[in-house]
Design a protein around this ligand. Structure first.
Ligand SMILES: [Zn+2]
Length: 509
């Protein structure tokens, strides 16, 4: 693809160079000089005169602040129709977050008819078939790993607070209320506690969450949100209509046997509001912190039953579930299980054949099929996976997030100082006893030290082992292969002669 730039006037081409705060001096390859050099070479190689092109620079001085003067200047130029091409060294120069990049890439540039080129990823938005545009989809996948790593770090901050056994939630669980004298303590709310007991007993009796829902409805038991008035502003369609999920959450919540269960959810990343459920091993459970509503025996019995019922209702999901289609009649291909003595045999079958006796069976050994298809995909992307600039991704994200975490911890420190001052004043005014004062002070100082140690830890410059980062990625990739496949594959068609055609959502292949 030579001379792709020769069709433009030099002043229609914009180079955008960005040095972000997180780059510091650690990454020579991202220096302004280096970015400029790479872009200039690219322009020259592709048939234009780089000396006459426009250059926009943000040198990172503005830091985390939202102003990017160079970028804003570039946008103004685009708005005035002065620019037709924007070139950056790589995609991460374009925006500071994945979200920002996607916005410019998927919407803004399209709308303004701007040809955008990221040299290192080979992204060029002008060439329709240019497969590399869709590397963005792969980059998304890669970035998800960061979000996950990141949420670990957020948990770190929270754990520091939670480990001291404080109840951190703002609204206590149904069945409990906050102690008026100590908002970090939970006490039993007799009415709601009775409903909770009823729910457990009903499950033991009927073994069905739907039945519980039915009974609660008949008996006009207010749903928790309404009972606790947490949805005051919102319209609730039916105030007695219990959600099955709510019932399930109650039946499985260890809080009811007196244990403090926290860190169940976390934000996917600082950029998102949505909560995701953490793995159970990451939950922080402290036993016997408050009065139980349900005895352990009942709780265990119910949860064993739930487990059994769940397992028997769950359908198997295979790597290619939902992606297989019959090429001849376009129906879905199901994955069926056949038990033959000791062995289980998995095979595909056209749904149209199975249900209507039309079409043909399209029976394939699923295990063989899966391996063939997986090999095919991995072959095609292995190059991409190997070529990724791991160090750069790692640096740009990890560093930035460390800054956020440090900010958060520092706010925490300030809060503790304020509390220290407050208890000191309370002591002076004789609002609290000397003993209470000493205890509170001890606790606060302990927390302060804990946080300070964490700050020290995070501030250290870590040695970076590129091979370890790469391995981390490969492990992540292997552990999330289904997730990845669903992301990149649209449909897999199989014809009667066992020929496979894979249709990708992205054009990279
Ligand atoms: Zn068919």
């Amino acid at each position: 693809m030579n001379n792709i730039l020769s069709i433009y006037k030099p002043n229609e081409i914009a180079k955008y160079i960005r040095l972000s705060l997180s780059d510091d001096n650690i990454n020579e390859s991202e220096s302004i000089i280096n970015q400029r050099k790479i872009i200039n070479e690219f322009i020259e190689k592709n048939g234009n005169e780089y000396t006459k092109t426009k250059e926009f620079i943000d040198d990172g001085i503005s830091g985390t602040n939202f102003n990017r003067p160079g970028w804003i200047n570039l946008l103004n130029n685009i708005e005035n129709n002065n620019i037709k091409v924007v070139i950056t060294k790589n995609l991460s120069r374009l925006g500071r977050s994945n979200y920002e990049c996607s916005y410019y890439l998927d919407y803004y540039f399209k709308e303004k008819n701007i040809r955008y080129i990221a040299i290192q990823e080979g992204i060029d938005t002008k060439i329709e078939e240019n497969s590399n545009n869709d590397y963005a989809a792969l980059n998304n996948f890669i970035n998800e790993k960061y979000s996950k790593d990141l949420s670990k770090n957020i948990r770190k901050v929270y754990k520091i607070k939670q480990k001291s056994g404080e109840y951190m939630g703002s609204i206590p669980l149904y069945g409990y209320i906050k102690d008026k004298n100590d908002k970090h303590k939970l006490i039993v709310d007799p009415y709601a506690a009775n409903i909770v007991k009823k729910i457990f007993n009903l499950y033991l009796k009927y073994n069905s969450q739907n039945k519980i829902k039915e009974i609660l409805y008949k008996e006009k038991v207010l749903i928790p949100e309404v009972y606790k008035k947490t949805k005051r502003g919102l319209k609730v369609k039916d105030i007695y209509n219990w959600n099955i999920r709510t019932i399930k959450n109650i039946l499985t919540n260890e809080m009811y046997i007196g244990n403090m269960v926290q860190n169940v959810h976390s934000k996917k990343s600082f950029r998102e509001k949505k909560l995701i459920k953490n793995n159970k091993e990451d939950w922080i459970i402290i036993n016997n912190t408050h009065e139980a509503i349900i005895d352990k025996n009942t709780f265990n019995k119910v949860n064993r039953l739930l487990d059994i019922n769940y397992k028997s209702s769950k359908k198997d999901t295979y790597l290619l579930s939902g992606l297989l289609y019959c090429k001849d009649c376009l129906s879905k291909l199901g994955i069926n299980k056949l038990n033959k003595g000791k062995y289980t045999y998995l095979y595909t079958i056209c749904n149209n054949y199975k249900k209507n006796n039309l079409c043909k069976s399209h029976s394939n050994n699923y295990i063989v099929l899966e391996k063939t298809i997986l090999d095919n995909i991995l072959n095609k992307i292995s190059n991409y996976i190997d070529k990724l600039d791991y160090l750069n991704i790692y640096n740009s994200i990890e560093k930035k997030d460390n800054i956020k975490i440090l900010e958060e911890l520092n706010i925490n420190l300030k809060e503790i100082d304020i509390k220290l001052e407050k208890i000191y004043l309370d002591r002076l005014d004789d609002i609290i006893s000397l003993n209470t004062y000493k205890e509170l002070k001890k606790e606060l100082l302990y927390k302060k030290e804990y946080i300070n140690n964490n700050i020290k830890d995070l501030s250290k410059d870590k040695e970076i082992d590129i091979n370890k980062i790469k391995d981390d990625y490969k492990i992540y990739f292997n552990n999330n292969i289904r997730n990845f496949i669903v992301k990149i594959i649209d449909k897999i068609y199989i014809d009667n002669l066992h020929n496979v055609s894979i249709y990708y959502k992205v054009n990279i292949f």
